[in-house]
Design a protein around this ligand. Structure first.
Ligand code: MN
Length: 167
């Protein structure tokens, strides 16, 4: 076998290997449900029915798939907050910006800030939101969403909300 013939065979071998690689990649992509959302976006205004004040929500992971969780970024303007509510599957809050409040029924208000991680147990009534003087952003991870979605209750009154400053 001369050098030219060896070179041609080597070249053809490389060519066939690269086309096999491309075919494999296409099969992998079509089997996957790969989907990209960005958590950088502020999202859309949250419904007034469940929140007090101005709140944006960006749901980056929907609770209706096999991962059994929902993930959203929630941004509260100063003074804005959720209504009282509970999650049948629980929730984890990761504070990414600002200073806010978290309160469980029967407990005092806790001040939370950037970096804090809060675990809300299943069925525990609570609310979360901004403090009066700071915008507040958290990533909310609702866990075990197959147990049911959030159950909304009464608004957090100004008296309940301002109790922090009277303590
Ligand atoms: Mn919650």
């Amino acid at each position: 076998m001369n050098y030219t013939r060896k070179y041609i065979i080597f070249f053809l071998l490389i060519l066939s290997l690269s086309s096999i690689n491309r075919a494999t990649a296409q099969v992998t992509e079509s089997k996957s449900s790969y989907n990209v959302n960005s958590i950088k976006n502020k999202g859309t205004l949250a419904p007034n029915a469940n929140f007090t004040g101005t709140v944006w929500v960006n749901m980056v992971v929907s609770g209706n798939d096999s991962l059994d969780c929902a993930i959203g970024k929630v941004t509260f303007q100063p003074g804005a907050r959720t209504h009282w509510h509970y999650h049948p599957g629980g929730q984890i809050l990761i504070v990414t910006d600002g200073v806010g409040y978290y309160q469980e029924k029967g407990s005092p208000i806790h001040v939370v800030q950037t970096g804090d991680v809060v675990k809300c147990p299943p069925y525990k009534e609570h609310w979360h939101g901004a403090s009066p003087d700071s915008e507040f952003t958290h990533t909310a991870i609702s866990t075990n969403t197959s147990r049911g979605s959030v159950v909304w209750l009464k608004p957090v009154t100004d008296q309940e909300y301002l109790k922090k400053s009277n303590l």
